[in-house]
Every structure is written in C-alpha cells, then in structure tokens.
Design a binder for this molecule. Structure first.
Ligand code: MLT
Length: 404
C-alpha cells in the first residue's frame, strides 16, 4: 500500500503567497472593476537591464550554431560565471571565496529549501520569528520539526528567535543550542539589517557550539549604509560554520529568468564530512544546472554597463521604499525597514490582526500586502509592503492608504 509523506500534512494551510494569491483572485472576481495594486509578494516589475538582454540574445545565437552550441552545463555552473562572482562579490569585499566553492543554481528559494537534505533528520533548527516561510516548511516536509501547535502558531521542535522592535528585529542567541541556524539579512520580511559586530557574534557562537549557519543574503544589493556586512564571509571564521545563499532575482530582476548561487566553503565540515562534497553530490544527482543562456545573462550583470544598469534598478525600487515608508509615517503608522532592504514592516493600526488589516486594505483601498502573521507568531499585528511595484502604482497605493 502506497504511503504519502505524512510530514506534508503537518503544514498549516497552503504556502503563504499562494493563500494571498487565492484571496486576491476571489476578490477580483467579486469586484471586476477594482483596480488592485499588488505590493504583496516581492516580485520585480522593471524590465531586464539592456546589458542582460544583449547577453541573452548573444547566447541564444550561440545555441543555434553547431560550433557554439552547449548541452548540459557543468555541475557547479560555468567557470565564466563562478569566476566573476568570486572576484566581484567576494574577493572585492575581502572574502576569500574561490570559484570552486560556488554552486550556480536556478535561485535561492530552491537552494534554501533543498539544503536541509544534506543534514541528518535529528538536527534541531532555529529560525527568526517572523521568517521567510520556506526555511520552516522545507524542514517540516523533511520531518525535522515535530507537530504544529495551532494555538501558538509554532512547531514543537523548532527554536524560534523573536525579532521585535525591542531588539531592532535582529535575533538574540538562544539558550538551547540549535544545530542549524537560519539567518537572513537584509531581512525578509522585516527589512532589518544586522551589524558586522552582531553577525560576528553569531559566527563565533556557531563555531563554539558546532552549529551551521544557513545565511540568506538574497537582498544584499539593497544595502545602502556603511558597516553592514554584504556577506557572512566578511566575518572571521565564517568559512568553518556558514553556507551563504545569493540570488539574481532581486539584484537584477531575474525572478522570471531564474538564477542564484550557493557558497559552501571547503573548510566547512560536520562530523569530519565535507559539506561541499555532500552538496556537490546532491547537486550532481538531482540537478542539471541553470541554462547556458541564463548564466550568460547573469555574467552580464557584472560587466561595467550591466552593473550600472542594475544599480539604477535597485535605486528605483529604493525610491519606492522611501515613498512607502514616508507615506506610512506621515499617515501615523509605525514603520521600519526600507533603508537597506526593499521591504517595509508596519504595525497594524489599533488591535487589528495582520489578516484583518489585509482584508481591510484590500477592500477599502484595493491594495495587497502580506500579513505579518504569515511569517510567524511574532509577525502578528505587523504587515509587509514591498517596494518592487512601479513608481506610479506605489504612489497611488500610498495615496489610497493615506486617504483611509
Ligand atoms: C517574498 O515576497 O517574500 C519573496 O518574493 C519570495 C521569494 O523570493 O521567494
């Protein structure tokens, strides 16, 4: 008799952004004339940079000629891309990460979800609360989290690290030592950042206790202030305790094109086993690599003109962030983030829950955001707006919120 993976049945409801999508679809069907502005999921709206488009066209032409056609990509990704990532994202910032420690993939979400496979089922995990749901859900599917407690909104075997206004939305070290620690900075959903000193403390903690940090740096391109680390490898000792995930989605608008990479340093071993070897084994067995044309497009992001063009896009979104944050503060909301991250985290008015505010904003202003409670219990009474809309829709959304 076939059995299903019963761990899936422990997941409460559907994936957060699918739930939101469904609610918005139902609302639009019932109100076909409503002009809905979507500031919910962090999906980009600006077209790909011209340098990226040129690279895509060039690579497509190469694929059409026998002498330059490419089949399967190398397991870890093409050398031309891994080399430029190593030079520009790491060596230029003083981090000694070699091309062979970089695994190219089709995005950080898959890698963040899949990485738990190389760790034993008995490991404990710690996550920020609120948190990007993929970290918890992928561990639930793997049977690592125990049962869900609907009353607290928590899984029994997960260590939740509260991120609140009191600690500037940066977690404190837990008393119970976790095996795997998920950190994401600049943070999704709160838009908070961590200072280098504070991140160094996490690295020291992980090295002292034999934990591994899974560091999601997908929003690194949005850091605007000095003294904020762009990579965990800026901290001393991180190569023996941390894996880092990066994405081209938010950096260069690749949400639809798909490209990302994961760094697993050679120095990182657990129980005498190299995690690089395990991830290489997993990658080689279950993945055939990001398409050649997309890797060429990714390399174009690092060219002089490509870099300038994507920086302009990041600046565009960050101006939206300012429009949103200033608008909210002027309208009397408590709001944070939006300075080094494309997310603004606001407190819901009065005693409204996050979902009540979601419904209120959708019905009264036709604006969609993301309820904070969907990211974890400490997200309750908070709400996330993204800066990834167009300028016009962002201004219009803030005008509507102001009128409320
Ligand atoms: C978000 O809105 O949190 C992100 O777009 C989700 C993702 O990157 O997968």
């Amino acid at each position: 008799m076939v059995k299903v993976n019963k761990n899936y049945l422990k997941l409460p409801g559907s994936y957060l952004f699918s739930t939101i999508g469904k609610k918005v679809r139902e609302y639009s069907q019932a109100h076909p004339d409503a002009h809905i502005i979507r500031l919910g999921i962090g999906d980009v709206t600006q077209p790909l940079a011209p340098a990226v488009i040129t690279a895509l066209h060039g690579a497509v032409d190469e694929m059409g000629k026998a002498e330059s056609f490419r089949g399967y990509a190398p397991d870890l990704g093409y050398d031309f891309l891994r080399k430029v990532i190593s030079d520009k994202d790491y060596k230029a910032r003083g981090c000694d990460i070699s091309p062979d420690e970089i695994f190219v993939s089709d995005g950080a979400k898959c890698d963040c979800g899949n990485i738990q496979e190389i760790f034993g089922a008995e490991n404990t995990i710690a996550v920020c609360d609120p948190v990007y749901p993929v970290y918890v859900d992928s561990n639930v599917m793997a049977g690592r989290t125990g049962e869900y407690d609907a009353e607290s909104g928590k899984f029994h075997n997960v260590i939740y690290l509260p991120c609140t206004a009191e600690n500037d939305f940066a977690p404190e070290m837990p008393e119970e030592v976790p095996d795997l620690i998920y950190l994401c900075f600049p943070n999704n959903p709160t838009g908070a950042v961590i200072t280098k000193d504070r991140l160094q403390k996490w690295v020291d903690y992980a090295n002292d206790h034999g934990s591994v940090i899974l560091y999601d740096a997908a929003y690194e391109a949005y850091i605007s202030e000095e003294g904020i680390p762009h990579s965990i490898y800026e901290c001393e000792g991180a190569k023996t305790c941390a894996i880092e995930f990066r994405s081209f989605s938010k950096t260069a608008g690749f949400t639809g094109l798909r490209l990302g990479f994961t760094v697993v340093p050679f120095d990182l071993s657990v129980e005498g086993v190299s995690l690089h070897t395990l991830w290489a084994r997993r990658h080689g067995t279950k993945y055939n690599g990001a398409p050649y044309i997309v890797q060429r497009a990714g390399a174009a992001v690092y060219s002089a003109e490509g870099r300038q063009q994507v920086l302009k896009q990041v600046a565009y979104y960050m101006e939206n962030a300012t429009v949103i944050k200033d608008g909210l503060l002027k309208a009397g909301y408590e709001a944070s983030g939006g300075v080094n991250a494309p997310y603004i985290w606001l407190r819901t008015p009065g005693s409204m829950t996050s979902w009540e505010f979601f419904d209120y904003l959708l019905s009264e202003a036709n604006v969609v955001g993301t309820p904070g409670s969907g990211f974890g219990p400490h997200g309750e009474h908070y709400f996330r707006l993204t800066a990834f809309g167009t300028r016009e829709s962002t201004i219009e959304a803030m005008e509507r919120i102001r009128k409320l």
